[in-house]
Design a protein around this ligand. Structure first.
Ligand SMILES: Cc1ncc(COP(=O)(O)O)c(C=O)c1O
Length: 448
């Protein structure tokens, strides 16, 4: 989209630099050790896809604060919208009072979320709150107690959403008992099909398994309030399900009056080249969970459902901080930017990147799979293409090596690199990032 000179990362100190080291020292003394930092980046400022650390090193950011800064770091229009609101009032609590921005944003979400226009929104501050809201709403509306979720899913870390999460067992370790009413079933991870089948001759075994095994032998479908699904699985490894998976899941839900809940926290807000990931699969859900990219970095989560589903009484659910006016202002501006050009940019830059990464994958035995939609791309690393053995340590080493070369990357799943840049990234900036990824891969896998 933007024509940009070939700006490149610039590393001028040993990493971490001296000022970064001082922050790390304080951080390790006072911050919870439960956080998972892959490398010691201490940000000073960010602009677009570029991040400068406190020692003056410049990095290209393909992580976007875990997929959050949709319009790039400190987009001037988003900053201006937030500042304008800051000067008026910071908080009023949308659960007890009214303000324009919250109502306007709800109206906009009702328009852009797939399905009939007649929808209602409950605002929170994060992905996990959007999911908690959906869990409560599904029970309230259906008066049914149970949920189905997928292995590999990440829906959050509070006790309800954690009960749905089945991404890494460390995330659940020592936190039992979680909700006993969640049943996990295999996701459509075709590269590692849990049934050892191939799509499409598998006839969607992962869907028939739910109906023929789970619903017949384990869980009466009449007790299931909702099935939670990520339209593209994120933390689980950037897994794109086959074309017919979500439509078949929709059919299964309809067969038993179960609500389909689409967690768009990671795949939503333009990331995949459409406003919501589920739009690639011609399917509509009953309830949507949205967060991350919605406000380009300010905290905001939203649970969106048809008005007929969001039928609970005053007092049933609310949040003091949910729908903060500054976050709502940033979200309205973010959506405007997404609709104006950024979704289109995500689709175009992502397509070129995916093609190049597939060519790169053909060259190396250690790239098992490259997949994605728009700017949600995963590169699954393996010991070799035949054994497909995961190589988590090497993946982590590649992420660290990329950091040393000035590229911010994150892992996903057991052995996958994920590319989730801000949606303002240009083709040439993406190519700079891919050059560094290839260089880091060659170094860690000792090629060339
Ligand atoms: C699909 C999905 N749902 C929910 C969450 C939880 O979001 P948060 O960390 O904002 O609570 C995440 C976070 O990564 C996510 O990827």
């Amino acid at each position: 989209m933007r024509k940009s000179a070939m700006k490149k990362p610039k590393i001028i100190t040993k990493l971490p630099g001296p000022k970064a080291k001082e922050v790390l020292r304080r951080d390790s003394k006072y911050i919870s050790p439960s956080y998972t930092r892959s490398y010691p980046l201490v940000i000073e400022k960010g602009k677009g896809v570029w991040v400068t650390d406190i020692d003056g090193n410049t990095f290209l950011d393909l992580a976007a604060g875990i997929g959050v800064v949709a319009s790039g770091h400190s987009h001037p229009a988003v900053v201006a919208a937030a500042k304008e609101q800051l000067d008026k009032f910071l908080h009023m609590s949308g659960t007890d009072f009214y303000y324009v921005k919250q109502a306007k944003l709800a109206e906009k979400l009702a328009e852009i979320v797939p399905g009939a226009k007649n929808k209602k929104v409950l605002f929170g501050n994060s992905g996990t709150e959007a999911v908690e809201c959906a869990m409560k709403l599904a029970r309230y509306h259906t008066r049914r107690p149970r949920y189905v979720a997928f292995t590999g899913a990440f829906h959050g870390r509070t006790m309800g959403s954690l009960s749905l999460t089945a991404s890494k067992s460390i995330q659940r370790k020592y936190f039992a008992p979680l909700l006993p009413s969640v049943t996990h079933v295999p996701y459509a991870y075709c590269y590692r099909c849990p049934f050892n089948f191939k799509y499409p001759s598998c006839d969607l075994a992962c869907i028939t398994y739910i109906d023929d095994v789970v619903f017949k032998r384990v869980v009466p479908p009449e007790e299931v309030a909702a099935i939670f699904v990520e339209s593209i699985q994120g933390e689980g490894g950037y897994i794109v399900p086959p074309r017919k998976f979500l439509p078949a899941l929709r059919q299964l839900c309809d067969k038993y009056g179960i609500l389909l809940i689409d967690d768009e926290v990671q795949a939503g807000m333009g990331r995949t080249g459409k406003m919501f990931g589920i739009e690639h699969f011609n399917t509509k859900a009953d309830i949507y969970c949205i967060a991350k990219g919605i406000a380009s970095g300010l905290p905001l989560g939203a649970c969106v459902a048809r008005a007929g589903i969001m039928d609970w009484q005053p007092g049933a659910h609310a949040s003091t901080f949910g729908g903060n006016p500054v976050s709502c202002a940033a979200a309205l501006k973010t959506i405007e930017l997404l609709e104006h050009k950024l979704i289109e940019n995500a689709a175009a830059v992502g397509k070129v990147a995916l093609e190049r990464l597939k060519d790169i994958a053909d060259k190396y035995e250690f790239i098992g799979d490259v997949r994605g939609k728009g700017l949600m791309i995963g590169i699954e690393l393996v010991a070799d293409k035949t054994s497909k053995q995961p190589v988590g340590d090497k993946r982590n080493a590649v992420v660290y090596e990329a950091f040393k070369q000035g590229l911010l990357l994150l892992g996903a799943g057991e052995s996958t690199l994920r590319l989730i840049p801000p949606l303002v990234i240009s083709d040439s900036e993406m190519q700079v990032g891919i050059d560094i990824i290839e260089s880091a891969l060659k170094k860690i896998f000792r090629v060339g």
